[in-house]
Write a protein that binds this ligand. Structure first.
Ligand code: HEC
Length: 148
């Protein structure tokens, strides 16, 4: 009985921590379940991202290899590659600012979207991307995101 009460208390405390937190909170609470946001994001995706990242975020089939000019190709966003290894903050920044060269100076041609998409559209497209992830990937991502 006592143990049960402790468990319930822990659950309340941890859901409270998820609800509060950093400025992107309200974002990392399960946005995938916000159907309206996901549908705005799906629309943004089909108008701006699908040419490179392909249907349902499947990515360029050769994304592991660089193109003829030595640029990175568009990776899958659907949970098959590394996208879920990044915090919401990083994903939002990458979409807003575009490609950033890695430590070896290698980059892709991901355009910057900050002048053509609103903050809400960027958040919505991240929600859409997350709606493509499995439950397991999303749960693992939540822990990564909590580290900032
Ligand atoms: C012209 C092709 C192109 C378009 C259009 C494009 N991307 Fe990209 N995107 C890329 C490439 C190439 C990369 C990987 C290389 C890099 O980051 O420098 C990338 C990387 C990303 C990443 C980081 C993925 C990771 O796992 O590191 C995200 C997130 C992303 N794109 C989201 C979007 C969204 C959202 C849109 C539409 C609003 C979009 N992209 C439109 C080419 C594109």
């Amino acid at each position: 009985m006592k143990n049960n009460r402790l468990l319930i208390l822990l659950l309340i405390v941890s859901s409270f921590q998820i609800a509060c937190g950093d400025p992107y909170a309200g974002f990392n609470i399960d946005v995938r379940k916000n159907a309206k946001l996901v549908s705005i994001g799906k629309d943004v995706y089909s108008k701006n991202c699908v040419t490179c990242h392909k249907a349902k975020g499947a990515g360029d089939p050769n994304w592991r290899k660089r193109d003829k000019e030595g640029f990175l190709r568009a990776p899958p966003l659907n949970g098959d590659a590394h996208t879920w290894h990044h915090s919401a903050k990083w994903l939002i920044k990458t979409i807003r600012d575009g490609s950033v060269a890695d430590a070896k100076g290698i980059k892709g041609k991901m355009p910057a979207w900050k002048n053509s998409l609103s903050d809400q559209q960027v958040i919505a497209v991240v929600a859409y991307i997350q709606s493509l992830w499995s439950e397991e990937i999303f749960q693992r991502w939540l822990k990564i995101d909590a580290r900032g």
